[in-house]
Write a protein that binds this ligand. Structure first.
Ligand SMILES: C[S@@+](CC[C@H](N)C(=O)[O-])C[C@H]1O[C@@H](n2cnc3c(N)ncnc32)[C@H](O)[C@@H]1O
Length: 208
């Protein structure tokens, strides 16, 4: 059971401010601004992505940390159209998710910097597949396991401390490989380096 910390939520925006502004903001915008319809955003954190959704969206956001959740609620309430967002203080894998999201009801699922942390990522991907309409999009922005031995060794070594500092985040999780094996169809992918190997991608649920 993860113990969520107020300090982590308070430091998150400050620590992320510059990397986000310089390296991630344009990627978030590119990934999110073209989406429409009903969207599930998994682990909204403090709500960094909210500004990038267009007016043609209805966003259901989930966030299990009560501290992150409060920050996300506050950010949502400052938006010009807060009613487009409904936030729930729960996480992927919680039993409440099954009542919240009906099968084949979503146009997109958004996961930015979160699949590194959810406890059972394969199970989460199976649920996303179930909840998305055929052709629905899965949007990914994530750090991933290195593709060479030295990098993997370094990540494995650092992971125990990292995991404690970053509330369960797995530095060495091969999310790109899990996605490749998930049954989703790749639309576009890009690897980039940000002190860690990162991965930006769009997938879609196969049409029937
Ligand atoms: C590194 S933050 C990323 C926040 C935001 N998505 C972003 O792009 O800035 C990871 C977030 O995932 C949340 N999280 C942890 N476990 C989760 C779960 N099982 N389901 C959904 N979100 C979870 C954490 O509380 C945290 O807010």
């Amino acid at each position: 059971m993860v113990r969520y910390s107020k300090n982590f939520s308070q430091l998150y925006d400050e620590v992320m401010y510059l990397p986000d502004k310089i390296f991630l903001k344009f990627r978030r915008k590119r990934l999110l601004s073209g989406l429409s319809g009903k969207i599930l955003e998994v682990g909204v954190g403090t709500g960094t992505n909210f500004q990038h959704y267009n007016n043609d969206t209805e966003v259901i956001g989930i966030e299990p940390s009560p501290y992150m959740f409060t920050k996300a609620e506050n950010r949502k309430n400052r938006l010009p159209f807060p009613n487009r967002f409904t936030l729930h203080n729960i996480g992927c894998g919680y039993s409440e998710m099954q009542g919240l999201i009906q099968p084949e009801s979503l146009d997109a699922v958004v996961c930015t910097l979160v699949l590194c942390t959810v406890p059972e990522p394969q199970k989460a991907l199976t649920n996303f597949m179930k909840w998305l309409k055929p052709g629905g999009r899965l949007i990914i922005l994530e750090h991933v396991r290195a593709h060479h031995r030295v990098g993997i060794k370094a990540q494995n070594l650092l992971n125990p401390a990292w995991e404690r500092l970053a509330e369960g985040c797995q530095l060495n999780r091969p999310t790109d490989i899990l996605l490749a094996e998930s049954g989703f169809q790749l639309v576009r992918e890009e690897y980039f380096w940000l002190g860690l190997p990162f991965y930006e991608a769009e997938f879609k649920k196969p049409e029937k």
